[in-house]
Design a protein around this ligand. Structure first.
Ligand SMILES: C[S@@+](CC[C@H](N)C(=O)[O-])C[C@H]1O[C@@H](n2cnc3c(N)ncnc32)[C@H](O)[C@@H]1O
Ligand code: SF4
Length: 386
């Protein structure tokens, strides 16, 4: 596993902050609302302890990326972010050019903290804008307006060298022309990176209940495809092609941390409900920590870590994960790497049939899903993994 430049092995650290001001009706991330104040100092001490314990298992590694995700990490005080980054720096070597991302919600209160985050060591922000239409923001249960989001983008741009924002499309009733206008407005912000997610109905969310009762209708396959096509066309024309099924960047501005996941590299996860994958061959392990914030806190204070899953992955399982993650990327997967893990080649007849339909292509020892194939990625992965 090498970096894009073919140099050293990438190693990422993911830190999960599990709290939000309110729960958005579509979201099934590990996020919790607390009405009492959160003892950030206590959480920061627990993060530092879990970081130390985790580092003692990985041994000496150079950290190439850090990602503070959530929940809403921008609810943390800058000094809490600083304490977490300091703990990472004390326990691993952090590359001088490491990418250090913080996910932020674009309310004005949070934007006020941006300068402090930059001083703490954050160099990239990913803003959860979700929409640039106020009606849609209300529908999505967001606490910010489109005007506030645009102001937060401007403040983020002034404070951080790198900036991305998220939009959710394929919303109920959204027409291709309305999405084209909204996306064009978003691209006018001239950011180097955009994450563009189709609205997914996740089980056990308020949207799932509305969907079940027929009170929330999302675009059907054909309508979603038309919106997808607009996304590819408009972003491509602005020099932000998709490098991953939902992520667009100027060449060179890809999110290095997320590339570690999709290239099936090594990363550790700290904080409630964080996942990790580390090692290779017979000793690659899948880890996960306790999801519930206060239970995680108690476990860390008692044992030095909140890890509740620590499973060795069989090589065939690693091959499946490599396929699932790697085919999301436009660069695809290295066929020889898959074969070494699976103990067999991917079925050439299946690849040929998919290639015949224009859904995948093979070249330079790699298998890639084509732009047309991305619209049916799940079916392609299921077909190849069968
Ligand atoms: C960890 S979440 C949110 C980070 C941050 N708390 C926020 O809301 O901006 C990362 C992104 O996933 C996307 N997302 C979450 N649930 C989704 C869903 N059901 N369908 C589509 N996108 C979703 C949103 O765009 C969100 O910004
Ligand atoms: S979308 Fe973001 S703010 Fe909303 S509940 Fe999920 S993590 Fe929290």
């Amino acid at each position: 596993m090498t970096d894009a430049d073919g140099s050293n092995e990438a190693f990422g650290v993911y830190v999960h902050w599990p709290f939000c001001l309110s729960k958005c009706p579509y979201c099934d991330f590990n996020s919790h609302v607390r009405h009492a104040a959160i003892d950030e100092d206590r959480f920061a001490r627990a993060f530092a302890r879990e970081i130390e314990t985790t580092a003692s298992r990985t041994g000496s590694r150079e950290v190439s990326s850090i990602f503070l995700g959530g929940g809403t990490p921008s609810l943390m005080q800058p000094q809490t972010v600083g304490a977490i980054l300091d703990a990472i720096g004390k326990n691993w070597r952090v590359a001088r050019d490491a990418e250090v991302t913080l996910e932020a919600n674009p309310t004005s209160v949070e934007a006020e903290r941006f300068r402090g985050y930059r001083a703490a060591g954050i160099n990239r922000v990913s803003l959860g804008v979700q929409s640039l239409e106020n009606d849609s923001l209300k529908f999505l249960g967001r606490l910010h307006s489109a005007e506030e989001a645009l102001a937060a983008i401007a403040i983020a741009r002034a404070n951080f060298p790198r900036l991305s924002f998220d939009l959710i499309y394929a919303r109920p009733g959204q027409t291709p022309s309305a999405w084209r206008a909204e996306l064009t407005r978003a691209l006018a912000e001239d950011c180097e990176h955009l994450s563009l997610y189709q609205l997914t109905i996740e089980a056990e969310t308020p949207f799932a209940a509305l969907h079940r009762n027929g009170r929330l209708k999302i675009p059907d396959e054909e309508q979603a495809r038309a919106l997808w096509d607009v996304t590819q066309e408009v972003c491509g024309a602005r020099g932000l092609p998709a490098y991953e099924i939902s992520n667009h960047a100027r060449p060179g501005a890809e999110c290095r941390h997320n590339l570690v996941y999709w290239r099936y590299g090594d990363y550790v996860g700290v904080g409630p409900g964080a996942h990790g994958r580390i090692g290779s061959g017979d000793i690659r392990r899948a880890t996960m920590t306790e999801r519930h914030p206060e239970k995680w806190l108690a476990l860390v204070e008692q044992n030095g870590h909140g890890r509740i899953v620590d499973d060795p992955l069989r090589q065939s399982e690693q091959a499946d994960e490599l396929l699932l993650m790697g085919l999301r990327l436009s660069e695809g997967i290295e066929l020889a790497r898959y074969a070494a893990l699976a103990g067999r080649d991917l079925d050439p007849a299946r690849i040929a049939a998919l290639a015949q339909e224009g859904l995948v292509e093979v070249g330079s020892g790699r298998l890639r899903v084509t732009a047309g194939g991305f619209a049916v990625l799940d079916a392609i992965v299921a077909d190849l993994a069968a």
